[in-house]
Design a protein. Structure first.
Ligand SMILES: [Zn+2]
Length: 392
């Protein structure tokens, strides 16, 4: 187990860097002043910075070498979700505040702390990476929490077109659950959203047959979808999950049944299903209501699985060494930018702080967790450089 108090000045710099990023109002897709600050920090240490912006989104590629082929890509985002009602926050969400060894502010876990810790891990290993000739790149975006079209997805395609390539990747999303180091993500479930409209016939409530009331049809559909087994799950994935996000109709008057009823549904699905099979299953259930319907499907996020390999092994050893915990491999949770990188690399993992208060009011990270996160990243980068060097 490492001694957390060994590097006081590094610890101070880490807190300062995280706080400085939290102070920027970088609500998605705006990086605010984050990239100017990070660029100045990186260039002063001899790193190279390149912007790959599009529309309102800013993307920053930071590299240890002036090269186009990189052994390792570290990825993160500086944009955050809106703070919500700021009067409910204990402190200003855009003014990093420390109270009782806890750092408060929007982005404290998702994911300005990871961005700061990843940067510091590279700064601390820079001599090592230079002498070992292990080129490392860091790709940061300001559009992960929003549409995520002009962010990592665009930057990876654009960089690839420019001739850049990356062998392995680590994304710093908050993946830990109870303790920093307990969970590594090796894939993600897919996400599919549909807006369903059932059309019946408006009628006097006293004379309306229930066969023309779209609300009855909608409730039948929801009931049957809820009790459907979509698949049985597959390796590393739990079974596909169906959820209703909203259900409504327009109430003209209390004695009039509605003409239409709508609902929004979402699937978090495993590779045992596909967006195509799920759409067909939904259509079959809707047909059973015998009512006219239409469905508008939103473009799906496909599931991916990177599996186990060099990175899962190195992260396991790093977490055990620093935290004393062997992380579990998981594919749970929401979607992330890892899916946009996975197609370009041999292996990708996601690893970061505890996600217990991501997107919440009073988002915060324990200073102890922040330090531990940095130490695990530093250990991981060090081990990676050593491994790549000895195996090449
Ligand atoms: Zn995030």
């Amino acid at each position: 187990m490492s001694n957390l108090m060994t590097t006081t000045s590094t610890q101070k710099k880490l807190i300062e860097l995280t706080s400085r990023l939290i102070d920027e109002r970088s609500i998605t897709p705006d990086a605010a002043g984050c990239f100017d600050y990070i660029t100045a920090q990186c260039e002063s240490k001899g790193l190279y910075c390149k912007r790959v912006d599009r529309n309102a989104t800013q993307n920053l590629l930071i590299t240890t070498h002036q090269a186009k082929r990189f052994s390792l890509l570290l990825s993160g985002h500086v944009d955050v979700v809106p703070p919500g009602d700021i009067t409910k926050w204990r402190f200003d969400p855009f003014q990093a505040t420390i109270a009782d060894d806890i750092l408060y502010g929007r982005g404290a876990v998702d994911m300005k702390s990871s961005v700061a810790a990843l940067l510091m891990a590279v700064f601390d290993n820079l001599d090592h990476l230079k002498t070992q000739q292990t080129p490392v790149a860091i790709l940061l975006t300001s559009d992960e929490e929003g549409d995520a079209i002009d962010g990592t997805q665009y930057a990876m395609a654009e960089l690839t077109a420019m001739g850049y390539s990356f062998d392995y990747a680590l994304v710093g999303e908050p993946t830990s659950v109870d303790q920093v180091g307990d969970t590594v993500k090796i894939g993600r479930r897919g996400s599919l959203t549909g807006r369903i409209t059932l059309t019946g016939q408006q009628s006097h409530v006293a004379y309306a047959s229930e066969h023309i009331n779209p609300l009855f049809a909608l409730s039948q559909f929801i009931h049957e979808a809820r009790h459907t087994t979509w698949d049985l799950g597959c390796d590393h994935f739990s079974k596909t999950q169906f959820c209703v996000v909203s259900a409504q109709s327009h109430c003209v008057a209390t004695n009039v049944t509605p003409h239409e009823a709508t609902c929004v549904v979402n699937f978090r699905y495993c590779p045992a299903s596909s967006d195509g099979t799920l759409r067909m299953q939904i259509s079959a259930l809707l047909k059973r209501t015998k009512m006219d319907y239409r469905v508008e499907w939103v473009r799906p996020n496909h599931p991916f699985l990177s599996g186990t390999g060099l990175l899962t092994s190195l992260m396991n050893d790093s977490a055990v060494r620093i935290s004393g915990i062997a992380p579990v491999l998981s594919t749970s949770g929401g979607t992330s930018d890892a899916r946009y990188i996975s197609e370009y690399v041999k292996e990708i993992i996601e690893f970061g702080p505890r996600n217990h208060c991501a997107h919440q009011i009073d988002e915060h990270i324990l200073l102890h967790d922040l330090q531990r996160l940095f130490e695990i990243y530093r250990e991981f980068v060090q081990r990676f450089a050593l491994k790549i060097n000895t195996s090449s």
